[in-house]
Design a binder for this molecule. Sequence first.
Ligand code: F0G
Length: 425
Amino acid sequence: MAQAFLTCIHPSCGRREAVGATAPACAACASLLDVSYEFDRIAPADLRRLWRERLSSPASEDRSGVWRFRELLPFLPSTVAPVTMGEGGTPLVEAPRAGRWAGEVRLSAKHLGSNPTGSFKDLGMTACISAAVSTRAEVVACASTGNTSSSMAAYAARAGLSAVMLVPHDGISKAKLAQALEFGARVIEVRGSFDDAFRLLGELASRRSLRVVNSINPFRIEGQKTAVIELLEQRGWRAPDFLVLPGGNLGNVSAMGKGLRELAALGVLDRLPRLVVVQAAGAAPFYRGWASRGTIEPVAHPETEASAIRIGRPANWPKARRELEATRGLVECVTDREIEEAKAILASDGIGCEPASAATLAGVRKLRSTGRMPPAAEVVAILTGHQLKDTDYILRHQGSSESSRCVIEPDPDAACRALDALRVA
Ligand code: F0G
């Protein structure tokens, strides 16, 4: 039987606790926790076959792109059924125009926006809410730039838990707020940044009985790591040269790295891709910290139009650094203008995504132009959120252009003039 533990990540602590412990951090030194395992020994070929066979199973656990890989996340007691909504199973699509634009790389996009609530957070939330149910939590809570909160709200509703979210007032998109409200979450809008909301949540959780489901909750990482397993399966277990993702609170890169290391340790993967984190220039503490190889200096007033990654004090940076070191990773930052351009180029391949997700492509282009990524490299960009998560952004940037939009009376001559004005051949 596989065994699961909670292990402090601090090298000089390493304290181990039972997997049912509910504190959000190490009880001895307050560092981040990992879920660590003694896995059952299964031959790599058998694991791959088992995972593939489940694709044609009618059981909801097998149809979930998280729980289909449950041999790599064996932390739930067998008496607890996962809270699942068919998350995962997201497409990997080639993006040829974007690849050429970025500097002649072979680019595909793994679109995690095709999840039940429209972002990668669902992969983590199915794991984390299932763990919360197994340890009898009643109220779950998060600070969020909008996607974590929509996802929490949906999975909490499904599990019959109450959900509370702290979000920056006027700092998240309307669509994300609407999703969470529909799922019945209680919304506290904080006059401040995401970082202020996150700090406040910590203080609240020490006074009231709340289960924090931000990505410092190690079960979130367990669910999110399956994105990389599914991606490699879709590629016939051939690793790309680079795996690129946007960085905010740095949970997702931590998850990808852990997944990759575990696959390699089990012999399922023989070569690791290099992880690349891309931050927005106005919210890039990890980029700067990585460049100086020191601890990170928080950014007091993070600024970017990509509101999902408007974070100045990323909680998971020690884990992110560990995973970048393990994969000879890179960190880049890009301006809002570069993100806007990249998003438009992805759209020309028929691929829509959130602004934060488009930072990946902008980052690839920058790495190519500075020679840190070779031409013809095989690159997978992780697109983290759905295009419709932030339609205000699109309307701000595309909606005002007279060459793409006009208003007319219902009259055929006016319609013809409109075609000319819009330059439709
Ligand atoms: N992309 C999107 C669309 C996101 O919503 C987030 C984070 C990220 C990228 C960055 O991922 O934090 O793991 O480095 N959103 C969080 C939220 C912070 O509250 O929804 P990360």
